[in-house]
Write a protein that binds this ligand. Structure first.
Ligand SMILES: Cc1cc2nc3c(=O)[nH]c(=O)nc-3n(C[C@H](O)[C@H](O)[C@H](O)COP(=O)(O)O)c2cc1C
Length: 190
């Protein structure tokens, strides 16, 4: 896939094929790709946890907040939950000036690398820090972001923007994501 196609295909997935497991080697390769991401002062402070165990997955899942705009949907049901999570953490108690930026860039590498392997992801900032820290972190680490991973179990369609940025599902259950056109994003060209 050329990069533009990969970027277009890398949509947030929230319903997965839970019967398809995710290979540990794939998760390691995806995190290996994230380890190549740029980061402030090349400090490389971020750390990664892989959660695939059934009990641990269930514990992480209980603390997640899914799809704020889909108010009548409570998140993936049994059979459509993620088969793995990657948790990105940073050192607790250290200067956090660039942590959010570094975390976001690493997460972008992860979702692109995962899509390149046919996997789907949902980046989640809405999660229970206590619950995730207990399962995924050592005491010196603070969880920054949870990335749910699995083989996609839903169709996601990029939509032309018609005044609302809210994603929605159509009557066939397909998820639509409106994106603002380039012409509206460029503010200056000198
Ligand atoms: C920093 C960040 C935090 C996010 N947190 C959540 C979240 O807590 N729950 C959720 O369901 N989706 C979350 N998302 C996914 C966004 O809702 C999604 O990226 C957006 O709707 C656009 O869809 P797309 O990724 O297919 O372009 C998050 C995405 C980012 C980048």
């Amino acid at each position: 896939m050329v990069f533009r196609e990969l970027a277009s295909a890398t949509r947030t997935v929230r319903r997965f094929n839970e019967s398809a497991s995710v290979a540990l080697e794939d998760l390691l390769e995806i995190i290996g790709t994230a380890s190549l991401a740029p980061c402030a002062s090349n400090l490389q402070r971020l750390r990664y946890s892989i959660i695939t165990g059934e009990r641990e997955r269930d514990q992480v899942f209980q603390g997640l907040g899914w799809a704020g705009y889909l108010s009548d949907w409570q998140g993936p049901g049994e059979g459509e939950r993620p088969r793995a999570y990657i948790v990105i953490s940073s050192p607790a108690g250290e200067d956090r000036s660039f942590t959010g930026i570094d975390t976001g860039i690493a997460a972008a590498y992860i979702v692109l690398a995962a899509r390149n392997k046919g996997l789907g992801c949902c980046i989640l900032l809405s999660f229970s820090r206590e619950r995730v820290a207990e399962i995924a972190c050592t005491p010196d680490l603070r969880p920054e972001l949870v990335i749910a991973i699995g083989y996609p179990g839903e169709e996601v369609i990029l939509d032309n923007y018609t005044g609302s940025i809210k994603y929605y599902r159509d009557s066939a259950g397909r998820h639509h994501v409106p994106k603002i056109p380039l012409a509206e994003l460029i503010v200056k060209e000198t």
